[in-house]
Design a protein around this ligand. Structure first.
Ligand SMILES: CC(C)(COP(=O)(O)OP(=O)(O)OC[C@H]1O[C@@H](n2cnc3c(N)ncnc32)[C@H](O)[C@@H]1OP(=O)(O)O)[C@@H](O)C(=O)NCCC(=O)NCCS
Length: 182
């Protein structure tokens, strides 16, 4: 089995304490993973032309693609990809050069483009497309292509954002202990 971590130009991904990376995932280059974070099967994350940072207790589910945009003279920072704490990223999402706050749920198959800024405590519906540079306000549900603000999150949904992250911390703990026992 190949290693899921690959250096690029001498920089290798750094992985926080008790984080889990499925052996079929691939993380390349300048990527910083926080503690208790999980990366599930077939995730491709490429920190080559800019950096990727994922916070603590976040999960990136199966088949998701994470990438960044290079720095240029007109855009000296380019577009790194910054993902906060307790974030759930559903299956087969695509996050490119955007900034995601804490306690966000990115629905399955959602696409978030360069320069988009997602506040904290946000749900992005399955299949949603967030256009370049769009700002999603904290505390709201967004759906559709392009993304539109649907309504404020209710208390149950806000609580669920943390529960979802906690569920994935428990699940990755199971996977880590299974790996140790095999
Ligand atoms: C959007 C979502 C949160 C549901 O929100 P909701 O307010 O409870 O929505 P409802 O199910 O009551 O549906 C309300 C309307 O939104 C539509 N709708 C539901 N989900 C939608 C979505 N993802 N995109 C566009 N429209 C959606 C429904 O068809 C319905 O339309 P109608 O009023 O014309 O019939 C949910 O459908 C969703 O997309 N969750 C993401 C789940 C996920 O991907 N999790 C990650 C993996 S674990």
């Amino acid at each position: 089995m190949h290693s899921p971590l690959r250096p690029y130009k001498g920089i290798s991904p750094t992985i926080g304490e008790a984080s889990y990376i499925d052996p079929s995932a691939l993380l390349v280059g300048d990527i910083e993973l926080g503690d208790h974070t999980s990366i599930w099967p077939l995730v491709a994350a490429r920190g080559d032309v800019n950096h990727i940072k994922i916070g603590d207790r976040s999960n990136v589910q199966d088949g998701t693609v994470l990438h960044v945009t290079r720095k240029t003279t007109t855009k000296p920072a380019g577009h790194p990809l910054l993902i906060g704490n307790d974030v759930t990223i559903g299956h087969k999402a695509m996050l490119h050069g955007c900034n995601v706050g804490d306690r966000v749920l990115v629905g399955m198959g959602a696409i978030i483009l360069d320069g988009a800024i997602v506040g904290s405590d946000v749900i992005i519906g399955a299949g949603c497309l967030v256009p370049p540079g769009k700002k999603l306000e904290s505390g709201f549900l967004y759906i559709g292509s392009p993304a539109k603000q649907a309504r404020p999150l209710n208390d149950n949904e806000r609580a669920f954002l943390l529960t979802s992250a906690e569920n994935y911390v428990r699940l990755k703990n199971d996977y880590l202990s299974n790996a140790e026992n095999n």
